[in-house]
Design a binder for this molecule. Structure first.
Ligand code: MD6
Ligand code: FE
Length: 196
């Protein structure tokens, strides 16, 4: 795992935020539900790029359109692609940028990112807004884990042996950032989905 604290300065964070506001106007946040049970996630999501990650009663998958509007996802903005280009060490562009929005008490359970065809490509994560407590373990569930604070502008890369590490968000620390006027946290994860 590669952790790049303060990778984006405040100015760069504000540019990404402006680009996200435009994208979310076209592809609004939706509340995904868990496969089978239909239990809603506490985070709201949308996607950018040719493919987007969705979860509903039928399962997890990547698809080319918004689940409520059936319209294509907006393009991944240059401000976000630039981060991939600088850190990924991967020759092909990302196909999906999952946008997770954490309000009040939102969290994310321990999971692996393994719905992609290509684990050679890294997953690049960008955090904006309030600081989160990120938990990461090994490639099997139930092993030892450790915690890391992800603050606004931090970038984290799961690659190589860490690509399939279990990870999640235990909680978000309210009031820890001034980037988002109404508080909360945004996490972007950039992924290559198909084998180039
Ligand atoms: C989050 N992040 O930071 C959730 N996945 O809100 C992830 O699930 C994640 O940070 C893959 C790689 C890096 C990540
Ligand atoms: Fe993940």
């Amino acid at each position: 795992m590669r952790y790049l604290p303060e990778f984006l300065d405040r100015h760069a964070q504000e540019q990404v935020l402006r680009d996200l506001r435009e994208a979310v106007a076209v592809a609004p946040l939706f509340t995904p539900v868990m496969p089978r049970t239909g239990k809603p996630f506490s985070v709201r999501m949308t996607n950018l790029g040719p493919l987007g990650w969705v979860s509903d009663k039928a399962g997890y998958r990547y698809q080319a359109s918004h689940p409520e509007l059936s319209t294509p996802w907006p393009a991944i903005p240059v401000s976000v692609l630039a981060v991939w280009n600088r850190v990924s060490n991967y020759a092909h562009p990302p196909e999906a940028c999952l946008v997770n929005f954490y309000g009040g008490d939102a969290k994310m359970g321990l999971h692996q990112d393994r719905d992609e065809e290509d684990f050679e490509a890294p997953v690049v994560s960008i955090s904006l807004g309030d600081t989160a407590l990120f938990r990461v373990g090994g490639a099997t569930r139930g092993g030892k884990t450790r915690s890391l604070k992800l603050a606004s502008g931090d970038v984290l890369i799961l690659e190589g042996a860490s690509r399939l590490a279990f990870h999640g968000i235990d909680r978000v620390i309210g009031g820890s950032s001034t980037l988002l006027k109404d508080g909360g946290r945004i996490n972007l994860t950039l992924r290559r989905v198909t084998n180039p």
